[in-house]
Every structure is written in structure tokens, then in C-alpha cells.
Design a protein around this ligand. Structure first.
Ligand code: AMP
Length: 210
């Protein structure tokens, strides 16, 4: 089973992905983690993406698609993948469909974690204190959320029209979110519900006058 955990930055995708790895033996593929690892080991790729990431912008589709392709190729016997922070653009979603179809598999379920903008900012601020991620500051976060709304949210109709999208309340505590995710995944083997895409303008629009 291949699952996409979908949602804005700091919605809890990474936390839920790690739980699914532990519970279901799936492989987490986080493009953000891969890019941070490239930076930490000082590779050319890491140097190329550092500034883009710190600003909160998206790195190019080619780069992240190649990272995902490499991981899919390297794990031919995987029970399935949890995509965390990928895809973020329609081009990435189309590339993912193609890559999976080459391996006779597909995206089964897309779970959208819904979290208010105010709560996202609070989580990012807390994560900065705990992990020191450079892009977890209000200015970069504003860019990241803007990119999410402008580019990534376009994937909601892409997946809902295929009947793969289910929304989960990401404001609840971690265990309650996990339980809701499990319910979706256990429902019918792929656990998809068609839901109407909702793109909310909220706190950040007011805070930054957008
Ligand atoms: P994340 O950890 O998922 O929040 O990603 C951190 C940063 O890595 C993002 O703000 C982007 O700069 C970059 N990044 C991660 N995944 C992608 C992606 N799928 N497409 C483009 N940029 C990405």
C-alpha cells in the first residue's frame, strides 16, 4: 500500500509517517529529510538547495523526483511507501504516478492532515526551539505556507477526482490523529473517500496582509 501524507508544513506528516513505519512496516520517503541529509553531508546537491530551503521556497521538481525515483528503485521489495512532503506540485504527482506504474503499483490513499494556520505557526516555533531548523522561522514559514497554498493545494482536486483523498483532523493530539489515520487505512484496503477540496485563507493572510 502506498500512502501520501498531505498537508501544510508542520501539520504532523513526519510524526504520523514514523508511526506508520513502526506499525505497518512501510518505508517513509520524506524529500525534506533527504534534502537535509544532503546538506548535512555537504554534497553538491546539498549546497545547491540550501538557500532555497532556508528561504522556504520549493526546490525544482527534477531534483525531488530524482530522489524519489532512486528510493523506489532501491527498495524493490518494499511492502509500500509513505510519501511525506512529496508530491508538492502537479508535475511531481504525475511523475509519481508514472514511477509507481512502472513497478505495477499506484498511490492507494492520500490523507490530508487539516490544521489551522495559527496552530501551524505555534508548532513551527516549538520545533525551532527543539530542532533548530533554519526554515522554522516566521518569515520562511510565511513563504512555505504561501507555496503550499499556491502550488501544493492544487493537488487536492487531482487526488479527490480519483477518489483517493480523505481528510483527517490534524488538530487533535498525536494518538487521536494516528487512530483516525488507521481508521482510514483499515476501512477498505485503500481507505479512500472523495472529499471536496477546501483551501482556507486564514491567520497568515490577516497577519501578513495577503
Ligand atoms: P519539509 O521537511 O517537507 O518541510 O521540506 C523542507 C524543505 O525542503 C521545503 O521547504 C522545500 O524547500 C524542500 N522540499 C522538500 N520536499 C520538496 C518537494 N517535494 N518539492 C520541492 N521542495 C521540497
Amino acid at each position: 500500500m502506498n500512502i501520501i501524507l498531505f498537508g501544510p508544513p508542520a501539520a504532523g506528516k513526519g510524526t504520523q509517517a514514523k508511526k506508520l513505519v513502526a506499525e505497518r512496516g512501510l518505508i517513509q520517503l520524506s524529500t525534506g529529510d533527504m534534502l537535509r541529509a544532503a546538506r548535512a553531508s555537504g554534497t553538491e546537491l546539498g549546497k545547491k538547495v540550501a538557500g532555497i530551503m532556508d528561504r522556504g521556497d520549493l526546490v525544482s521538481d527534477d531534483i525531488v523526483i530524482a530522489l524519489i525515483e532512486e528510493q523506489i528503485e532501491n527498495n524493490p521489495n518494499a511492502k509500500g511507501f509513505i510519501f511525506d512532503g512529496f508530491p508538492r506540485t502537479v508535475a511531481q504527482a504525475e511523475a509519481l504516478d508514472l514511477l509507481l506504474s512502472k513497478h505495477n503499483t499506484k498511490v492507494n490513499s492520500v490523507i490530508r492532515l487539516c490544521v489551522d494556520d495559527e496552530a501551524l505557526l505555534a508548532r513551527v516555533t516549538k520545533r525551532f526551539e527543539e530542532e533548530g531548523r533554519k526554515d522554522d522561522n516566521p518569515e520562511s514559514f510565511k513563504v512555505r505556507l504561501g507555496n503550499y497554498n499556491a502550488q501544493t493545494a492544487q493537488l487536492l482536486p487531482y487526488y479527490s477526482s480519483q477518489g483517493k483523498l480523505t481528510e483527517v483532523d490534524g488538530m487533535a493530539n498525536i494518538d487521536a490523529v494516528s487512530a483516525a489515520v488507521a481508521k482510514v487505512l483499515n476501512k477498505n484496503g485503500n481507505g479512500a473517500d472523495v472529499t471536496a477540496p477546501v483551501v482556507k485563507k486564514g491567520f497568515f493572510a490577516r497577519l501578513f496582509g495577503r
